[in-house]
Ligand binder design. Structure first.
Ligand code: FAD
Length: 622
């Protein structure tokens, strides 16, 4: 029925599990994906969309590393937008609306086309551990399957409890069973676990809506895409729409507050602060009598519609009555009511940078089980856990991304160093080096690293090298080539920039605010260089960013180099903090619990002050 022993078993086929299985298998591990329902591999539990601010950068990073989320997003997209295009390139964030059913289907097909992945549909109810090492899993039918490493990606399923008004029932997602056994076993081993909560809005019948009363939200005129490989670009898109709640809608919702599990104490755990339910928004922002609602199609062909902004666990009759009072929803028919779900998670400070647990060797956690929220956050952890599981069992060095190398590096470091008490989602503000971590250069940053350890393939590497070489040669063209005042002054005049009196290098004028690549292309020397070299739009964009933001990029690189000096000061494994009497009590306690591997990581632990760091540095002879 099964191989005698797998290299890696991945438990759960959500976003984290799918990426973990693909990564481990593509690196060469014999991998088994055990999931409760093979029909829901890559299922989008909540909104049918990928990317967005900071999350879009993560999807680009997953793609650059050789993961599948970007490719699958492109193949199933129905609308694309580059968010924040009016701001600097560090803020540009790709976002796609997806066909929910096709997204899951594409994931399943991608995994079926990954030769080293085997599949099995069942619930894993226990882990096989010998000494302090994982050796496999036990399923609910009592079948033991052996492996050298296990990646747990249980999402919202561990002891999941669904709430709709006063009703509550066990479930991992609407219509799916909760998973039991694993939390209990892990807490017996000594793991800490906690509870978190999340929620989702009702889905409705698009045929019952009056879009003429709503505001049209089309996709970009020239849609881009996520993958650096040759995936399809949308030639047609589906529109989204926007409408608003009103004081009347809020009054109708308030009528149900006494039956709300959020307010009557039934839900005890903490939900995502930045993705609040509609009842939470009304309660917290009592002075606002209107909130935005985005009406998003669930696919190319289905009439089902996602009501973004109306997440709720109020009783279904209250949801329905209130939604009927929203403009355009007067005749709304429900497909599914909104609900909230509480589930177990494991505080991620119990993990190493590789996402391996500190307590049990070769056991990895990835995704919502680590207290994160979001497909992108989950997928990126799955990829890292799958890669590291493969590397560990092959006795290779771990694959760790630093905070100045990737949003994924920031995510993992935040989780394992600071932990999280509320569902963690990525923001650009969490990254101190966001000018370096742009969506346009994820391939330049990460593909070579992944290629070196055997995940990103040759095609990816060659495409990256071509882009890098072409952008480098175009940047040096701007550094070397001079202009005459006669040819450049009309351009400067057109953007109200002061004229020049003498010749200089093009790099200098191109660096000026408001001067763009389009202006540069008006110069014969530039346009003929582009034509001769057949540069594509990606190379033009990369060159423009590298010229215009060179000052900022240099500054951040210097700051990152300073951090690396601390990153290089390693703290020996098993270091005895009790020896250092001058450490504060809080610092000693936190350092003992988290066991940072470098001084730099220690400095990011809340409660460890600069003076504690000085004590450590002096002791370590620095
Ligand atoms: P999941 O996608 O949950 O996948 C877990 C997988 O593991 C499932 O396939 C399940 O069948 C399988 N599994 C679990 N236990 C076992 C077991 N013991 N044996 C075998 N298989 C098992 N994210 C946001 O960013 N914003 C939101 O507003 C938001 N709202 C949400 C609302 C709801 C109701 C839900 C359920 C999720 C919401 N999310 C939201 C979260 C988003 O869905 C998750 O972050 C993401 O799906 C997590 O991916 P994952 O791979 O960790 O887990």
């Amino acid at each position: 029925m099964f191989e005698k022993e797998y290299d890696v078993i991945v438990v759960g086929g959500g976003h984290a599990g799918a990426e973990a299985a693909a990564a481990a298998a593509n690196m060469g591990s014999k991998t088994l994906l055990v999931t409760m329902n093979l029909q829901t591999i890559g299922q989008m539990s909540c909104n049918p969309a990928m990317g967005g601010i900071a999350k879009g950068q993560i999807v680009r990073e997953i793609d650059a590393l050789g993961g599948y989320s970007g490719i699958i997003t492109d193949k199933s997209a129905i609308q694309f937008k580059m968010l924040n295009k009016s701001k600097g390139p560090a803020m540009w964030s790709p976002r796609a609306q997806n066909d929910r059913m096709r997204f899951a289907e594409e994931w399943r097909l991608a995994l079926e086309n990954t030769p080293k992945v085997d599949f099995y549909q069942e619930m894993v109810s226990g882990l096989l551990v010998e000494g302090d090492k994982i050796v496999g899993v036990r399923t609910s039918l009592g079948i033991d399957v052996k492996s050298k490493a296990v990646v747990l990606t249980n999402g919202t399923f561990l002891n999941g409890l669904i709430h709709i008004g006063e009703k509550q029932f066990g479930g991992g997602r609407a219509g799916e069973k909760a998973a039991t056994g694993i939390t209990e076993q892990l807490t017996d081993f000594g793991f800490d676990s906690g509870r978190m909560k999340t929620g989702t809005p009702p889905r409705v019948d698009g045929r019952s809506l009056d879009y003429s009363k709503m505001i049209l939200q089309p996709g970009d005129e020239n849609p881009e895409k996520f993958s650096y490989l040759q995936t399809p670009v949308l030639t047609e898109q589906r529109d989204c729409h926007m409408t608003h709640t009103s004081a009347l809608v809020h009054d109708l919702l308030r009528e149900g507050f006494d039956r709300s599990p959020m307010f009557n104490g039934r839900i005890k755990s903490i939900g995502p602060r930045y993705c609040p339910s509609i009842e939470d928004k009304i309660n917290r922002f009592a002075d606002k009598d209107s909130h935005q609602i985005f009406v998003e199609p669930e696919g190319w062909h289905t009439v089902e519609v996602y009501v973004n902004g109306f997440s709720t666990s109020l009783p279904e009759d209250v949801q329905y009555k209130a939604l009927k009072s929203v403009k355009g929803f007067e005749n709304v028919k429900f497909f599914r009511p909104g609900y909230a779900i509480e589930y177990d998670y494991f505080p991620p400070t119990q993990l190493k940078h590789t996402l391996e647990t500190k307590l049990v060797n070769n056991l990895y956690f990835a995704g919502q089980i680590n207290g994160t929220t979001g497909y992108e956050e989950a997928a990126s952890q799955g990829l890292m856990a799958g890669m590291n599981a493969h590397l560990k069992i092959n006795e290779k060095d771990p694959f760790i991304l630093k905070r100045d190398e990737a949003y994924i590096g920031v995510l993992v470091d935040d989780l394992i160093t600071k932990g999280t008490e509320e569902p963690y989602r990525m923001f650009t503000s969490r990254a101190e080096y966001r000018t370096l971590l742009r969506q346009d250069n994820a391939d330049l940053r990460l593909t070579p690293k992944s290629f070196e350890v055997g995940l990103a393939n040759k095609e990816r590497m060659e495409r990256m090298e071509k882009k890098q070489n072409e952008a480098d040669s175009f940047v040096s063209f701007f550094r070397k080539t001079s202009f005459s005042p006669e040819e450049i002054n009309p351009i400067l005049e057109s953007v109200s920039s002061s004229k020049v009196r003498q010749s200089d290098k093009l790099f200098k004028v191109f660096s000026r605010p408001k001067v763009t690549m389009d202006h540069m292309l008006q110069l014969d020397s530039v346009s003929s260089f582009v034509e001769e070299n057949k540069f594509n739009s990606e190379v033009l964009e990369q060159t423009e960013i590298q010229v215009k933001y060179s000052g900022y990029i240099e500054k951040e690189k210097n700051n990152a180099d300073k951090l690396h000096r601390l990153e290089n000061v390693k703290i020996p494994e098993g270091f005895d903090y009790s020896k250092l009497k001058s450490l504060s009590y809080e610092a000693r306690e936190k350092l003992e619990a988290i066991r940072p591997v470098t001084i730099s990581q220690a400095s990011r632990i809340s409660g460890v002050s600069p003076s504690d760091i000085s004590v450590l540095l002096v002791f370590l002879g620095r």
